[in-house]
Structures are given as structure tokens and as C-alpha cells.
Design a protein around this ligand. Structure first.
Ligand code: TZP
Length: 214
């Protein structure tokens, strides 16, 4: 079981936004800005290069009390001391659950209600849904706020929205029932990544304060 609050502002790293926006820098900016979770997403690195970086960032995030998840690479997640792994639709969540044990976190990207049910049965702790199309991942199929809402409706697991999310539209994602917003360019491509993270944190906190009053 994961505390859904740990998914509130979920910053995913990328090396696509230039030298000052590498995985390490973005992770530190996310932590300084108050992000609750960081995902190391580095398809460009092989396991030998990724493992030491993941181990370093796992320690950094653990010290900061921030959830740290490795994208797709189960061996690296297991070997680095990460909090867990996030799998796309190509991953095997059954194997990941078995290898992670009960205490580590398993996130799974899903495209709709059927995949959500299957991922939940396989032992996922949280689900991710692509909300809007994004140049950061042009092949990701956007499901819209309605698709996000369908997944939220069918599962007991917390769901994060990803894809095209910025401070300007994050509230819509939360209103659709997401436990949190996962972002790449909103932080990694921002002029001020720490400030951009802080803005998202303020939005999530404001939303939760309102949600609790209802
Ligand atoms: N999975 C679905 S969309 C996406 C991923 C990794 C990219 C999100 O990037 P951005 O820049 O926040 O739209």
C-alpha cells in the first residue's frame, strides 16, 4: 500500500532538455521545490551507467523523504535501493511484484479501465494515465480527463495523471480524481525548475485543502 499523498507532485526526469537539466539536477530541483516523488527515466543509459546514478539518487531521495522510482528497469530498481519501479505497458507487473516483494512500490501505466483492473490484480500500488498529448513522448496515447476519470472510477488504487500537465491545468487533473500530477517538461524545461515544482506543490496543497472541506 502506498500513501496517495506521496504521489502529489511526481517529477519525472529526462535528459532531453539540455545539460543544465540532467537527471541529477532535476532530482535536486524537485526535492528543493517540495516534490513528493521522483522518477528516474533514462532510456538513453544502459544498466551499467544507470545503476550508480540510480543508487546515488535513491540515497538523495531517501534522505529527503521523497519517493524514488526507476522507470522500466526492474534490475536497476532492485539493485539501487530505489523505492520501486514504474512499468509501461510492455513491462511484466506480475514478475515485478514478485521480485519487489510487498514493501517496494510498483507503478504501472494503463490506457483504460481493462488495463487498470489487470494491473491492480497483478499487484500494482498505483497507476499512471496519459492525460494529454505531449511532445515529450509523442507516442503516448492521450486518454483525456474522461479517460483518467474512467480509471479512477474502476480502481481502488491511487492514479497519477501524466502528459501535458503544467501549473495551468494541474487542477483539472486533480478534479478528475487523480492523486497527483506527474510532470517532465513542467519542471525540467522550466526557467526555474525549483519554482515550477513549488507552484505545483501549492496547487496540490490548495486542492487538497478544498477537497477536505467538502
Ligand atoms: N508517459 C506518458 S506522457 C509522458 C510519459 C513519460 C511524458 C510526459 O511529459 P510532459 O513533458 O510532462 O508532457
Amino acid at each position: 500500500m502506498i500513501d496517495p499523498r506521496a504521489l502529489g507532485v511526481y517529477v519525472v526526469t529526462s535528459s532531453a532538455f539540455g545539460p543544465g537539466r540532467d537527471h541529477r539536477t532535476v532530482t535536486h530541483a524537485a526535492i528543493d521545490g517540495g516534490a513528493t516523488a521522483v522518477q528516474l527515466r533514462a532510456p538513453e543509459l544502459d544498466d551499467d551507467a544507470l545503476l550508480p546514478l540510480a543508487s546515488e539518487l535513491a540515497t538523495t531521495c531517501r534522505d529527503a523523504g521523497v519517493l524514488f522510482v526507476v522507470n522500466d528497469r526492474l534490475e536497476v530498481a532492485l539493485g539501487s535501493g530505489a523505492s520501486g519501479v514504474h512499468l509501461g505497458q510492455d513491462g511484466d507487473p506480475h514478475e515485478a511484484r514478485r521480485r519487489l516483494g510487498a514493501d517496494r512500490v510498483l507503478g504501472v501505466s494503463v490506457g483504460g479501465a481493462d488495463e487498470a483492473v489487470a494491473a491492480e490484480r497483478a499487484g500494482a500500488d498505483y497507476l499512471g494515465v496519459t492525460v494529454w498529448s505531449t511532445p515529450t513522448k509523442p507516442d503516448a496515447e492521450p486518454r483525456g480527463l474522461a479517460g483518467l476519470g474512467d480509471v479512477v472510477e474502476i480502481t481502488a488504487l491511487p492514479v497519477v495523471g501524466i502528459g501535458g500537465i503544467f501549473a495551468t491545468n494541474a487542477t483539472l487533473v486533480l478534479e478528475a480524481g487523480a492523486a497527483g500530477v506527474a510532470v517532465i517538461s513542467a519542471v525540467a524545461a522550466a526557467a526555474d525548475p525549483v519554482g515550477a515544482t513549488r507552484d505545483l506543490v501549492a496547487i496540490v496543497e490548495r486542492f487538497r485543502a478544498g477537497a477536505f472541506r467538502r
